[in-house]
Design a protein around this ligand. Structure first.
Ligand code: ATP
Ligand code: LTN
Length: 334
C-alpha cells in the first residue's frame, strides 16, 4: 500500500523586544507556541528590527533581547524542538521585505489599525519603517513558508495582509509562498489592561500591565487595584462588565478552568476575594518562569550559543526561499 507523505505543518511567530513580556503576550501568543512545538516545525523569533520602528535605547535593546530569549526558554520553548533566533541575525528578512514592499499597496498599509494607533502615540516620529512594518512581518512569515501564525487577536489584520501579499505574488509567479492562517486562542486572545479595561494590555503602556518577571508582591498589588465596576456580581459580560470579564478570562486561562466554572466559584465572596484569587493564580503560573529566567540569565554564554545556533538554522530555510524568489523575479544568479 502506498504510504501518504504527510508534510509537517510549519509555524512562525515573533515578539518585539520593545519592553517586558506581558501577561497579554503570554496568554495571546507564547502559551500557544508552547503547545505547538511538539507536533509542528516551529520557528520563533525575537523581532528586533520591528522594535526599532519606535526609538529604542541601544543598551536596553541588547539587554531585552537576551532577557526575552531567556524567557522564551523558561516558558517551555525547547531549543531542541524549535528554532529560536533573533531577526536581525538573518539578513533575508530585510531583503525579502524590500521585494514584498513592491507588491504591497500604499492603501493597504494605510488601513492597518496598528499603524493608525502607533502613529498617534508617536506623532513626532511617524517613520517609513512604522508604515511598512507589516511588510517586514509578512517577510518573516513567508520566508519560513509558515502554514500558521500563533498570535493575539490584535495581529490578525497583519497576518491577513501577509496572506494577501503572498496570494498576489503567487498569482504572478506561481506557487512560491505558502498562504498562512492566523492562529488565535479561544480564551485570552485579547487580555485587557487592569487599570483601563477598555484598552488592550500592552507593554508600551506599563500602567495596568502585568509582566512575566514581576515579583509576586507586585502582581498581587496590581490585581488588588484592578478596575472593576460598582456592582458586586462576578459575571462574564464584556460589554457591561469589562473589568470583571477580563479578570475571569485571566483566571480561566491561568488555571485551565472554563469561564462558567470560574463564575460559579466566585458567586459569593465579593470582588476582594475574587481579585486576590486571580492574582494568586497568575503568581503561581509565573513563579517557575521567573525563577528559570533568572537562572538562565546568569549563563550568558549558553544564551549566546543558543541564538547563534538558531540563526544558523533559520538562515538555511530563509536562504532557500529567497533564492526561489530571486529566480522568479528574474534576478541574475550571483
Ligand atoms: P506594544 O503594545 O508595545 O506594541 P504588545 O504588548 O502589544 O506591544 P507585541 O510584541 O506587539 O506586544 O505582541 C506580542 C504578541 O502577543 C502578539 O502575538 C500579540 O498579538 C500578543 N499580545 C500582545 N498583547 C496582548 C494582549 N493584551 N492579549 C492577547 N495577546 C496579546
Ligand atoms: N507584529 C507582531 C510581531 C511580529 C510577528 C511577526 C508576529 C513581527 N513579525 C511574524 C508573528 C509573525 C506583534 O506582535 N506586534
Amino acid at each position: 500500500m502506498e504510504e501518504a507523505i504527510v508534510r509537517k505543518k510549519k509555524i512562525f511567530s515573533g515578539i518585539q523586544p520593545s519592553g517586558e513580556l506581558t501577561l497579554g503576550s503570554y496568554m495571546g501568543a507564547i502559551r500557544n507556541w508552547n503547545a505547538l512545538q511538539s507536533e509542528y516545525d516551529c520557528v520563533y523569533c525575537i523581532v528586533d528590527l520591528h522594535a526599532i520602528t519606535v526609538r529604542q535605547d541601544p543598551a536596553q535593546l541588547r539587554r531585552r533581547c537576551l532577557t526575552q530569549l531567556a524567557q522564551y526558554v523558561a516558558c517551555g520553548l525547547d531549543p531542541e524542538k524549535c528554532i529560536l533566533f533573533i531577526q536581525s541575525h538573518v539578513p533575508e528578512h530585510t531583503e525579502l521585505s524590500w521585494i514584498l514592499g513592491c507588491y504591497t499597496q500604499f492603501g493597504e498599509l494605510s488601513r492597518m489599525t496598528q499603524f493608525k494607533q502607533k502613529s498617534q502615540q508617536h506623532a513626532d516620529n511617524i517613520t517609513a519603517g512604522l508604515f511598512t512594518y507589516p511588510v517586514l512581518m509578512a517577510s518573516d512569515i513567508l520566508l519560513y513558508q509558515a502554514d500558521a501564525v500563533p498570535v493575539g487577536a490584535d495581529q490578525k489584520q497583519h497576518v491577513e495582509l501577509c496572506r494577501d501579499i503572498a496570494q498576489r505574488f503567487n498569482g504572478v509567479y506561481g506557487d512560491v509562498f505558502t498562504l498562512p492562517e492566523p492562529l488565535i486562542p479561544q480564551v485570552g486572545a485579547r487580555i485587557m489592561s487592569l487599570s483601563n479595561p477598555a484598552n488592550k494590555m500592552s507593554k508600551s503602556e506599563p500602567d495596568g500591565c502585568v509582566n512575566l518577571l514581576d515579583k509576586p508582591e507586585d502582581i498581587r498589588r496590581k490585581f488588588k487595584r484592578a478596575v472593576t465596576d460598582s456592582e458586586t456580581v462576578v459575571r462574564f459580560d464584556p460589554e457591561s462588565k469589562p473589568g470583571v470579564s477580563n479578570l475571569l478570562t485571566i483566571y480561566a486561562a491561568a488555571t485551565g478552568k472554563t469561564i462558567t466554572d470560574a463564575e460559579t466559584e466566585f458567586v459569593a465572596g465579593g470582588y476582594g476575594n475574587f481579585k486576590a484569587a486571580v492574582g494568586d493564580a497568575v503568581i503561581e503560573l509565573f513563579r517557575p518562569i521567573r525563577e528559570e529566567s533568572e537562572r538562565l540569565l546568569s549563563d550568558k554564554a549558553y544564551l549566546e550559543g543558543l541564538y547563534r545556533l538558531g540563526a544558523e538554522r533559520a538562515h538555511v530555510i530563509a536562504q532557500k526561499t529567497l533564492r526561489k524568489v530571486h529566480k522568479k523575479l528574474g534576478f541574475l544568479p550571483r
